[in-house]
Design a protein around this ligand. Structure first.
Ligand code: KIV
Length: 272
């Protein structure tokens, strides 16, 4: 059964704005490789984010800071080869856009040219305004990211909820308006109070996609490996687990180990 208000053959940045206008919620998940992206795309997701969370999920780093532009391009090109319908958004990694707008544009161009992704995402508000404008001027769609911005973890010190105080909430509201005015096609809001996120979503005409930002926004994003229960040690309140793959895989792999050790595998039918 489809819950989409309208069937879209191929999702574009314009489709997402249409979805907001039509009151249809946007579904977004991360993917970092061909096989997972094929499953995610085939399941009807609207947006696939090749997130720099690959740094944690795929490479085992504690933060998103170490992942490089080359590594992001590798992940993104694997995803793009799998995708037929979803819009593929690729994170600009830490260090590839903060120093100056020219470098930001060079990094965004490399992502678009070398991976075939459809848009880039970058973290921050007014401090990255000039970079956003330069990337947009080159015809590359940009998704903003406000609230908890993991690339600034050493500035925040913790991964707790952002913008609980009025001053930070006001700054976030201003930044969202700035991102819309600059020409971003959507904004991710991460880990902020639901009431504030709803207010922001209402104040802009572009889609606002939340993670830990309540249900008053225009869509939701989760990290795939969290929602399918592969990363079992991570339990934030906003996360809904749809499977427990960590347990299922552990059971299956333990069984395989036993079967090999006991010479149960391979049997007659499993050999030539
Ligand atoms: O990198 C990522 O996975 C993200 C999401 C958490 C939005 O930026």
């Amino acid at each position: 059964m489809s819950v989409a208000k309208k069937e879209y053959k191929r999702i574009t940045v314009k489709t997402l704005v249409d979805m907001k206008t039509n009151g249809e919620k946007i579904s977004m998940l991360t993917a970092y490789d061909y096989t997972m992206a094929k499953i995610v795309d085939g399941s009807g997701i609207d947006v696939i984010l090749v997130g720099d969370s690959a740094s944690n999920v795929m490479a085992g780093h504690e933060t998103t800071l170490p992942i490089t532009l080359d590594q992001m391009i590798y992940h993104a090109s694997s995803v793009v080869r799998a995708v037929e319908r979803a819009l593929v958004v690729v994170d600009l990694p830490f260090g590839s856009y903060q120093s100056d707008p020219k470098e930001a544009l060079r990094s965004a161009i490399r992502i678009m040219k070398e991976s075939g992704g459809h848009a880039v995402k970058l973290e921050g508000g007014k401090e990255v305004k000039e970079s956003i404008k330069r990337i947009l001027n080159a015809g590359i769609p940009v998704m903003g990211h406000l609230g908890l911005t993991p690339q600034s973890i050493y500035k925040f010190g913790t991964y707790t909820v952002r913008a609980k105080e009025e001053e930070e909430a006001d700054r976030l509201k201003q930044d969202a308006l700035m991102l819309e005015k600059a020409g971003c096609f959507a904004i991710v809001l991460e880990k902020i109070p639901a009431k504030l996120a709803q207010e922001v979503a209402k104040s802009v005409s572009i889609p606002v996609i939340g993670i830990g930002a309540g249900n008053g926004v225009d869509g939701q994003v989760l990290v795939l490996h969290d929602m399918i229960g592969m990363t079992h040690e991570f339990h934030p309140r906003f996360l809904r687990r749809y499977m427990n793959l960590y347990e299922d895989m552990t059971t299956a792999i333990s069984q395989y180990v036993t079967d090999v050790k006991t010479e149960d595998f391979p049997n007659e039918e499993e050999q030539y």
